[in-house]
Ligand binder design. Sequence first.
Ligand code: HEC
Length: 121
Amino acid sequence: MRLPALLVALLLGACDDYVIDSKPASPVDIDAVLALDGDVTSGEAVFQEHCRVCHDVAGNDKPGKPGPGLAPWVENATEAETIQVIVEGREPLMPKLLVDDEQQLADLLAWMAQAWSTPEG
Ligand code: HEC
């Protein structure tokens, strides 16, 4: 008589495990990105390929570009916040996960920081 109860408990336990295991893995590990050395040259190519269609390459607001100039953003936000935007996208126009490769994200951050840093900053 106790066996069914035990089985149910085991099954429930298994279900809990299943739920935990089936959580979608975070596509990007932000800490891992921040720990990588970014390659500026590769980062520029990533920006050209994935971002330039909407964001000015010089970091300014520009007519015809739906996305805002990113130089002020990069100056004020942390790198983790920038990755967060890329992972989550921005409604309604900016798709999420345009870049989901951790090395490419590190490269992109390195290039944006170099390209738009103010000399006096
Ligand atoms: C299809 C167009 C599009 C593409 C491609 C795109 N973005 Fe965006 N992005 C936008 C728009 C539009 C916004 C502003 C959304 C809003 O109103 O908050 C934005 C906002 C942002 C912001 C926040 C800026 C701020 O001042 O709030 C960051 C950072 C950003 N984008 C980075 C990127 C990067 C890096 C890429 C390439 C990986 C990229 N975006 C590709 C359209 C785009």
